[in-house]
Design a protein around this ligand. Structure first.
Ligand code: SF4
Ligand code: SF4
Length: 229
């Protein structure tokens, strides 16, 4: 496969809406406020996620599996769900007193890609702006502050006039997501086919993501967003 056929595959197989979602997730900074860990949430985990949880808690994966997970009612192959506990049915890995995740730096991938990357089949919105998510409030603030920033405008201009740069950025967004999912072999393959690699300069990548998000998504109506946490 060469770069051109990879791009054809990307356009035909990956929904267009996923790219602004990935860009948003890269800009987004979770504040570990624990709000999204409350109430029955059905966080799906596979064996790689369970291994990470076990590593964080220094127990065996089989113990972590038995202690913290149960069968997935949706029967997704290869997945279980994190147990919900207590009257409030909060995630069993939430530290109730500290209101934080107990395995935050090893949290499952579904928690790492929340809240910007969502399944279009399960949500009517491309991006979900949760009013009780502190990170989303910050994200909205960044969009409002930066959308008229001359540097961001310059980036928007260069991405909209340079088709190859835009194409490479889309590849980078896809690579970022796959590497977040732990698909290291696939990432290496894509890098070698396309000649595009994971970004080295994080702040530059963030700025590109912001510009990409503003090119692909409207900020109309965001002034009405209110954080209610
Ligand atoms: S694993 Fe951590 S981040 Fe994920 S839902 Fe449970 S408490 Fe929240
Ligand atoms: S509600 Fe938002 S900021 Fe809080 S833990 Fe969840 S994703 Fe992070």
């Amino acid at each position: 496969m060469d770069k051109e056929s990879f791009m054809q595959w990307l356009s035909s197989e990956i929904p267009e809406t996923l790219f602004p979602q990935i860009a948003a997730q890269i800009i987004f900074r979770c504040e570990n406020c624990g709000e999204c860990c409350r109430g029955e949430g059905y966080a799906l985990v596979d064996s790689a996620d369970i291994k990470e949880i076990a590593r964080a808690l220094q127990i065996s994966p089989s113990l972590a599996r038995a202690r913290f997970t149960e069968p997935d009612p949706g029967k997704n192959p290869g997945y279980r769900i994190l147990k919900s506990i207590g009257l409030d049915r909060n995630c069993c890995l939430l530290d109730e007193q500290a209101r934080r995740c107990k395995v935050y730096s090893h949290r499952p991938r579904v928690c790492r890609t929340f809240p910007m990357i969502n399944d279009p089949a399960k949500s009517e919105e491309i991006i979900s702006f949760y009013s009780d998510c502190r990170g989303t409030a910050k994200f909205v603030q960044i969009l409002q502050e930066k959308k008229n920033d001359p540097l961001v405008k310059e980036k928007i201009e260069s991405l909209t006039t340079d088709a190859e740069r835009l194409q490479d950025l889309r590849i980078m967004l896809f690579i970022w997501l796959r590497s977040m999912m732990g698909e290291i072999e696939e990432v290496e393959q894509i890098c070698s086919i396309t000649g595009v690699s994971l970004p080295q300069d994080e702040s530059r990548f963030q700025m590109d993501c912001l510009a990409y998000f503003l090119i692909t998504m409207t900020t109309d109506g965001l002034d009405e967003y209110e954080y209610e946490g």
